[in-house]
Design a protein around this ligand. Structure first.
Ligand code: NAD
Ligand code: DAU
Length: 339
């Protein structure tokens, strides 16, 4: 049986990023009894605009680093849960410079776990399906909670390390924690370094989209709204000590996604460049989310990928002021990598 948990005063780390900010909006909209403290360092990926306009009596932004133990000592007491999204999140960046990934994703998680232990605060750890490595294209299997860890990149190995810390703190210290591992998210407010927004904004800018390798790599897409509802469900109804996989049966190969973007934006389907593959590029991710659905009754609501993609394209067309400041530097970085 699930244990009901009714948080009133939560910290959301990384709440100015793509997925964390969606969760903050979700909580403010759906759970009026909850106050949110966002703890965010505002790295290149964090933007306070993502949570601008939310009521001040519901959401407070604290700019700071999750690795800062003294800050956590001041901030954590009085809160009843931490939902941990903050991370260095981009695989290509981790290949170019792994150090911030170890620092934020591993050391940062360690600091949060220590603070939760000290002040007896509930903890939810937001992680990724990439900890399980990859599957072959012709393998009928999907990842489950029992799949062994086999991460490939500096990013995914740092996330796997952080998951292991959570498991150890739960078992050894009795920390009240849950873990979720989700597949690839899409939707508004995603940084232009990521696959879908990069191609949409390239097309808007008259740059040909860039496809890695042979374009057959498969990702299991989920709308970020569905990720947020799943995390809330696990936080409030999930069993302490358990891991839940989050996915919405959205497997597609990259070339199919790219052609859908080109079509929706009125371009010929071969109007893109093949570029250098990502070193160690995972072939396929696929999530079996049966445990989350059966045990906690969660279901995704945004399962029509084409209409979700069209809405996302419309959002980027209408919010050029949001993504424009990051675009040139992001493309300059990719150009140096031959991508
Ligand atoms: P993002 O890069 O868009 O945002 C990360 C946020 O964390 C930013 O606001 C950044 O400023 C903040 N941050 C980074 N380092 C920090 C530090 N040391 N202290 C405080 N704040 C810091 O990332 P995202 O795509 O929104 O991913 C959020 C979480 O979800 C990550 O933990 C990621 O591993 C996980 N996840 C992402 C996906 C996906 O498809 N993007 C899928 C599954 C899981
Ligand atoms: O699976 C969950 C993970 O999904 C999260 O943990 C990560 O934080 C998130 O970044 C994402 O990782 P990916 O590496 O799968 O996402 P990305 O958007 O970087 O790339 C998606 C696919 O598209 C991947 O196969 C690489 C490919 N790609 C990417 C870019 C940026 C291209 O072909 N061209 C590109 O320009």
């Amino acid at each position: 049986m699930s244990e009901a948990f009714e948080p009133k005063n939560i910290i959301v780390t990384g709440g100015c990023g793509f997925i964390g900010s969606n969760f903050v909006h979700h909580v403010v909209r759906e759970h009026p009894e909850v106050h949110v403290t966002v703890l965010d360092k505002l790295t290149y990926a964090g933007n306070p605009e993502n949570i601008a306009g939310l009521p001040e009596d519901r959401v407070e932004l604290v700019v700071g680093d999750i690795c800062d133990a003294e800050l956590l000592d001041r901030l954590v007491p009085g809160h009843d849960a931490i939902v941990h999204y903050a991370a260095e999140s981009h695989n290509d960046n981790s290949i170019a410079d792994p150090e911030p990934f170890v620092q934020t994703n591993v050391v940062g998680t360690f600091r949060l776990l220590e603070a939760c232990r000290k002040y007896d605060v509930r903890y939810h750890h937001v992680s990724t399906d990439e900890v399980y490595g990859d599957l072959a294209l012709d393998d009928p299997a999907r990842f489950t909670e029992e799949t062994p860890y086999r991460p490939s990149s500096p990013y995914s190995s740092s996330k796997a390390s952080s998951d292991m810390l959570v498991r150890a703190w739960t078992r050894t210290y009795g920390l009240r924690a849950t873990i979720s591992n989700c597949s690839n998210n899409y939707g508004p407010y995603q940084h232009v370094e990521k696959f879908i927004p990069r191609q949409i904004t390239n097309i808007i800018d008259g740059i040909r989209p860039k496809l890695y390798g042979d374009g057959k790599n498969v990702r299991d897409w989920i709308h970020t709204e569905d990720h947020s509802s799943a995390v809330w469900t696990i936080l409030t109804k999930g069993r302490v000590g358990e891991t839940y996989l989050i996915g919405a049966d959205g497997e597609k190969d990259n070339i199919t996604v790219l052609r859908a973007i080109l079509k929706a934006m009125g371009k010929p389907e071969d109007d893109f460049d093949w570029v250098r593959d990502r070193p160690g590029h995972d072939r396929r991710y696929a999530i079996d989310s049966t445990k989350l659905r059966r045990e906690l009754g969660w279901e995704p609501r945004h399962t029509d990928f084409e209409s979700g993609l069209e809405a996302t394209i419309a959002w980027y067309r209408e919010h050029e002021d949001w993504w424009r400041p990051a675009k040139a530097a992001t493309e300059a970085k990719y150009a140096k990598q031959g991508q």
